[in-house]
Design a protein around this ligand. Structure first.
Ligand code: FNR
Length: 202
């Protein structure tokens, strides 16, 4: 790690459900991260209003959106756990990402632009979140985010992988999760090294 402070990662679960396996995966990321990462789980997804271009300006944006944009801007990277709804990502997650993809006044910068992102997901079905994760990758094409490609963490039959208290006990999933966090860290370190090189050349 090149930064002297811990890496700040903002984690977002696309499921609002209290016992969500996707949210439990993010808790597991907090517990099993390879070290040097502070992982904050975003708690306000249900409060994000539907995207409205008419109020998508620094002055008019809802306060909860302004705060989310700040959190994303200040995070070194994002970790997004998505369930699969109808072969895609949940509307609440897509809606939040829409609010994070704009800068109509060209004064603020784009919160997701070149942001290092890692994605993962859990579902009780045999196919995990394969299609939802592909749909999520497509979103990050428009935003030009720096998405980890491998490892893919598709937690199928998710109900078999957690204890009754919600602790992830499946060794293979823990290993994949740690690999994903290490790959995200590598992207964050590369971005930070590139910024330092530009700074010292100036
Ligand atoms: C689903 N589910 C689902 N599963 C799947 O494998 N493919 C799908 O297309 C869908 N579609 C779908 C639509 C809607 C509206 C719901 C509510 C659910 C099942 C879904 O993936 C499952 O409930 C996940 O476990 C939800 O994740 P959490 O809440 O445990 O994080």
């Amino acid at each position: 790690m090149t930064a002297s402070r811990p890496t700040r990662i903002l984690a977002v679960s696309g499921s609002l459900r209290a016992g969500s396996h996707n949210t439990l995966l993010l808790r597991a990321a907090q517990k099993f991260n390879p070290g040097g990462q502070e992982i904050e789980i975003y708690e306000h997804l249900r409060e994000i209003p539907p995207y409205d271009r008419d109020v998508d300006t620094p002055e008019l944006r809802p306060a909860v959106v302004t705060e989310l944009r700040r959190l994303v801007r200040e995070a070194d990277g994002l970790l997004i756990a998505t369930p699969e709804y109808n072969y895609s990502i949940p509307g609440v997650l897509k809606n939040a990402l829409d609010w994070l993809s704009t800068d109509w006044t060209k004064t603020e910068g784009l919160p997701l632009h070149r942001k290092p992102v890692a994605i993962l997901g859990a579902a009780p079905t045999n196919f995990g979140t394969v299609r939802a994760q592909l749909a999520l990758r497509q979103v990050f094409v428009w935003t030009d985010s720096d998405v980890v490609v491998k490892p893919e963490v598709q937690v199928f039959r998710s109900h078999e992988r957690f204890d009754a208290d919600g602790t992830l006990h499946d060794e293979m999933t823990i290993e994949l999760l740690q690999g994903l966090l290490s790959a995200l860290q590598a992207k964050i370190d590369a971005k930070s090294a590139a910024a330092s090189a530009v700074g010292s050349a100036a």
